[in-house]
Structures are given as C-alpha cells and as structure tokens.
Design a protein around this ligand. Structure first.
Ligand SMILES: C[S@@+](CC[C@H](N)C(=O)[O-])C[C@H]1O[C@@H](n2cnc3c(N)ncnc32)[C@H](O)[C@@H]1O
Length: 211
C-alpha cells in the first residue's frame, strides 16, 4: 500500500475513535499516568528541557507535566480530535504546550527534545518500513544522551488494541528493533486496568540515546 494512503487510513481510524468515544472510556485511559510521570522524573532532565509525548492522544500526561513545571512540552498525535480533547480540558494552559497533528512515521520538529515518551504507539507499527521511519524521526529529534521512554504491550499482553494488530515487546525485541545507539537502562512491568476492568500487561522501557 502507498505510504500516504496507509497514513490516511491510520488517521481516519483514530479520528473516528476519538470522535465517537469518550476519552475516559478508551481501554488505554489512565486518570493519572503515574508510571510515566515517575520515569520522566527519574530521567533527571531540567524543567526547561524539551519533552515530546508521541501519540499522546487525549492523555492527561501533559496536564501533570505542566503541573510539575515542565516548560517545553510537545504533544503529537495523528488524530486532531484527540488533541482537541486535551486542549479543551487544559483551557488557558493549553497555550503553554506545542501541539502537533502528525504521523509519528512522517514529521519534522523544528527543535530537538531531551526526552521522547511513547505509551502504546510504536507497538501499532506492524511493518518494518514504518518502524524504520519512526526510529529515523526519533534519532533526528532526540538529543545525544537524551532519554527514550517507550511503553508497549508485553508478550503476556493483548495482541490487539483498538481492533488493530500490535507487536508485543520484551527487552530483547525492543533492543534489537531500536539498534545499538539505544542502551536499555531500565524496564518495568505494569498491569494496566482498563475502564471496563480488563487487565493488560505493559512493559515500560527506558533507553539512553548514545549516537
Ligand atoms: C493506545 S493510544 C495511547 C494514547 C496515549 N499515549 C496514552 O497513553 O493515553 C494510541 C495513540 O496513538 C495515536 N497514533 C496511532 N498511530 C499513530 C501514528 N502513526 N502517529 C501518531 N500518533 C499515532 C492514536 O491516535 C492514539 O492517540
């Protein structure tokens, strides 16, 4: 399939999800993304260094990052409808955030970031070509010695999310996928309880980028 068509289909899927469903009812909803916040805090970046939440959707991570005093936060998502939910929730504070409606496999940021966060986005890239494009963007955007925090379904987790196939990751698989410039520093497992009460096994990986 042509790359543009694939990206359009992906966007249509996600725009429809966020237009038809409450953001608090989607299976990935977290009232407070505690683990992400703790890992970001532990990464030791200063409050004026840049963070991007890739595929941030309508996540409340951005709210908590602003509350914690981070001054350069970018939220990227393929679905404009998702970003609109966060913007509305944040009200006046939304102005402090850089919002980007874009495909993570095809975007260019005009500034580098010290921390790249992705919860449950990379795992949707089931084709090597898309993963390569994502990783190329990651390398172009993350500063040397920067931090990547990536959360994906573990091999004990679901095989699908939002009716789409995903790739499950353990430490070995994600390390091979990202290549030798990313060094795994730490990983944590999380049992995420969905709004309907199902339990999903996630792995959170923290990598240092050493080009
Ligand atoms: C499972 S949700 C996770 C949302 C958020 N990270 C969280 O933890 O609440 C996946 C998100 O990735 C976005 N997404 C999917 N594919 C994407 C892509 N190729 N580029 C950018 N965003 C994408 C979707 O719109 C959706 O918001």
């Amino acid at each position: 399939m042509k790359e543009q068509q694939k990206s359009n289909d992906r966007k249509a899927h996600w725009e429809q999800i966020y237009s038809n469903k409450s953001s608090e009812d989607v299976s990935w909803f977290q009232p407070k993304p505690g683990r992400s916040l703790a890992l970001i805090n532990d990464a030791g970046i200063t409050k004026d260094q840049a963070i991007i939440d890739v595929g941030g959707g309508a996540s409340r991570l951005v709210d908590y990052l602003l509350q914690a005093g981070y001054q350069q936060v970018t939220v990227l998502d393929i679905a404009q409808a998702a970003l609109a939910i966060s913007q509305q929730r944040l009200g006046h504070s939304a102005k402090q955030v850089e919002w980007l409606t874009a495909d993570a496999t095809a975007f260019k940021l005009d500034h580098p970031v010290q921390l790249w966060h992705d919860r449950a986005v990379f795992h949707f890239l089931t084709q090597a070509r898309d993963r390569d494009a994502y990783i190329r963007n990651l390398k172009n955007t993350l500063t040397p010695e920067g931090t990547l925090i990536l959360a994906a379904f573990s091999p004990e987790g679901p095989k699908q999310c939002s009716n789409l196939d995903i790739v499950q990751y353990d430490a070995q698989r994600i390390t091979i996928e990202l290549g030798p410039l990313f060094k795994l520093k730490h990983m944590e497992q999380e049992a995420h309880t969905t709004p309907s009460g199902a339990v999903q096994s996630f792995n959170y990986f923290v990598f240092g980028y050493h080009p």
